[in-house]
Design a protein around this ligand. Structure first.
Ligand code: AP5
Length: 218
């Protein structure tokens, strides 16, 4: 859990790599649903997301429930990213006995979130999240030859050229997303206090990951 752009997706990528669990990002599922013009829930989500307001609980809950009932979640375990986000969503998890072993709450000051949101870019081919200043694309050469260096530079340039920016990554939409986060934060922290740890997310990516990894190993 955490505010918009607090680093949930970035940490989730590392957790999935380390533990092999299924990454369930409600933001990603909603963005996939809105690609289909005939999907009514997807179109409702599209409007909510562009405005920076939360998508109705009923839509998000049914998406998550359907995904969690898939066999891979039962076999590999699951990692929820961006869910629950309201008291009603947390209550539904509790009602269905869908309790996580651990819950990480990323804490990042608002001023930092604005810079993270405006600089965020996504690679549509790989789904990888970058930041123009803090985490720009960089392909490492396979060896020390000039040829490998030139190939790595060309690949980096190709990634930079295809990067896209999310529609809701504007300062205006972020203000609304932060409002929604602030009004729900206490409910989420209360629901998971027994298994939650607040991690200082206002540090370098690797330092944040070390804290999360230690918490999961404990
Ligand atoms: P969602 O896609 O979940 O967006 P969000 O919560 O606003 O979070 P973000 O994806 O913006 O950020 P993040 O915390 O994953 O950060 P990231 O790792 O990308 O949801 C979008 C919308 O869908 C919501 O507004 C809502 O409308 C709807 N929705 C989703 N779930 C819902 C729910 N449960 N109920 C109702 N509605 C729902 O990092 C951000 C940037 O910072 C990146 O560029 C990254 O490279 C950089 N960065 C990350 N970590 C660091 C670091 N340590 N130092 C420097 N830079 C860093």
């Amino acid at each position: 859990c955490g505010a918009p752009a607090s680093g949930k997706g970035t940490v989730a990528e590392k957790l999935v790599e380390a533990f092999g669990s299924v990454h369930i990002s409600t933001g990603d599922m909603l963005r996939a649903a809105m690609e289909d013009p005939d999907n009514e829930d997807g179109q409702t989500a599209k409007q909510c997301m562009a405005e920076g307001v939360l998508v109705p609980d009923s839509i998000v809950i049914s998406l998550v429930k359907a995904r969690l009932s898939q066999p891979d979640c039962k076999e590999r375990g699951w990692l929820l990213d961006g869910f629950p986000r309201t008291a009603a969503q947390a209550e539904e998890m509790d009602r269905l006995f869908l309790l996580p072993d651990k819950c990480v709450i990323l804490d990042v000051p608002k001023a930092v979130l604005v810079e993270r949101v405006t600089g965020r870019r996504t690679d549509p081919e790989t789904g990888k999240i970058y930041h123009l200043k803090f985490n720009p694309p960089k392909v490492d050469p396979d060896d020390e030859s000039e040829e490998a260096a030139a190939k790595a530079t060309a690949e980096t340039e190709a990634i930079v050229a295809r990067l896209t920016q999310r529609e809701d990554d504007t300062e205006e939409a972020l203000a609304k997303r932060l409002e929604a986060f602030d009004s729900n934060r206490a409910a989420i922290e209360d629901a998971f206090s027994a298994m939650a740890k607040v991690v200082d997310g206002n540090r370098g990516k690797e330092d944040v990951w070390q804290s999360v990894k230690e918490f999961f190993a404990a």
